[in-house]
Design a protein around this ligand. Structure first.
Ligand code: MLT
Length: 406
């Protein structure tokens, strides 16, 4: 008789965004006359930039001719894309990351869920609280998190680092020593950032205690302030303690196209074994590479035209973020984020829980957001809105929320 991976049975409820999707679909089915505005999941809404469409068309045409046809992509990604990434995302920021330390994939969500596989089950993970749920859930599935306490909504073997208003939503160094530290900055869900010297502290700490930082920089394109690092490799010593996860979803609108990459520096070693070789082995065995067509589209992101068009796209979403931030602040809400990130983090009014506020907004304003408690216990009573809607919908959503006079 076959047996299940019982770790899956420990997972409470369904994936956060699936739960929200189901609730919203049920509401829409019951109220077909209502125009629901979705500012919940961080999914982009603007069309792909012209330069990307052009690159996609060109690559599709190439696939139609024997001389330019491409079969399996190289395991770690095409050199043209890895070189463009190394040059633009790293060399241009004085980070010494070479093309062969970059692993192209179909997105940061998969990479952030899969990367734990190359580490022993004995490793203790530390996560921010609130946190992008994929980091914790993927470790639950692997059997690394111990038992779940329904009252505290925490796992016995996970080190939680509360990110609260009083610490500017930045985690403090943990009291117990972790082996793997998940950090995401600009942060999902709070929109907070770490200044360079704050991130340097984490790098120094990880090198000192022998931990690895899994650094999710999916939102780096939204950084608007100086002195906020775009990559962890801007910090001294990060090559010996950090893996960086990057996505094309938010900086280039690829949520439906799928492309990302992970950087594993060759210097990052555990007792002489390089993590680079393990991740390369994993990639080679389990993955056949992102499609040629998509990697060509990724290359176009780094062209001069691509950079200019995407700067405009990011500015569009940030205008939305600013509108939400300022609109809700003027209505008396306690709000943060939205300056270096497309997410606005707000306190639910009138002592409501996160889910009470979710229901209230859905039913009374027909606006969808994400309950903060879905990201962890310290997210309770908070709520996340995204700047990824259309400008018109964003304005309408803010006006509807204000009109509730909560
Ligand atoms: C979010 O809403 O948190 C993101 O869209 C999730 C993701 O990027 O997978």
């Amino acid at each position: 008789m076959f047996k299940l991976n019982e770790n899956y049975l420990k997972l409470p409820g369904s994936y956060l965004f699936s739960t929200i999707g189901k609730k919203v679909n049920a509401y829409s089915a019951a109220h077909p006359d209502k125009k629901v505005i979705r500012l919940g999941i961080g999914d982009v809404t603007q069309p792909l930039a012209p330069v990307i469409i052009e690159a996609l068309h060109k690559a599709v045409d190439e696939m139609g001719h024997a001389e330019t046809f491409h079969g399996y992509a190289p395991d770690l990604g095409y050199e043209f894309l890895r070189n463009a990434i190394a040059e633009n995302d790293y060399k241009a920021r004085d980070c010494s990351i070479s093309a062969d330390e970059i692993f192209v994939s179909d997105g940061a969500k998969c990479d952030s869920a899969n990367i734990q596989e190359i580490f022993s089950l004995d490793n203790k993970i530390a996560v921010c609280d609130p946190v992008y749920p994929v980091y914790v859930d993927s470790n639950v599935m692997a059997g690394r998190t111990g038992t779940y306490d329904e009252t505290t909504e925490t796992w016995s073997d996970v080190i939680y680092m509360p990110c609260l208003e009083e610490n500017g939503f930045a985690p403090k160094l943990p009291e117990k020593t972790p082996d793997l530290i998940y950090l995401c900055f600009p942060n999902n869900p709070t929109g907070a950032v770490l200044k360079k010297e704050q991130l340097q502290e984490w790098v120094d700490y990880a090198n000192k205690v022998g931990a690895v930082i899994l650094y999710d920089a999916a939102y780096e394109a939204y950084i608007s302030e100086e002195d906020v690092p775009h990559s962890i490799y801007e910090c001294q010593g990060a090559q010996t303690c950090a893996i960086e996860l990057r996505s094309f979803s938010k900086n280039a609108g690829f949520t439906g196209v799928r492309l990302g990459f992970t950087v594993v520096p060759r210097e990052l070693k555990c007792q002489g074994v390089s993590l680079h070789s393990l991740w390369a082995r994993r990639h080679g065995t389990k993955y056949n590479g992102a499609p040629y067509i998509v990697q060509r589209a990724g290359e176009a992101v780094y062209s001069e035209a691509g950079k200019a068009q995407l700067k405009e796209q990011v500015a569009y979403y940030m205008k939305n973020a600013r509108y939400i931030l300022e609109g809700l602040k003027s209505a008396g809400y306690t709000v943060s984020g939205g300056v270096n990130a497309p997410y606005i983090w707000l306190k639910a009014p009138k002592g409501m829980t996160s889910w009470e506020f979710f229901d209230c907004l859905l039913e009374k304003a027909n606006v969808v957001g994400t309950p903060g408690s879905g990201f962890g216990p310290s997210g309770e009573t908070y709520f996340r809105l995204t700047g990824f809607g259309s400008y018109e919908n964003t304005v309408e959503a803010v006006e509807r929320i204000k009109a509730l006079q909560l």
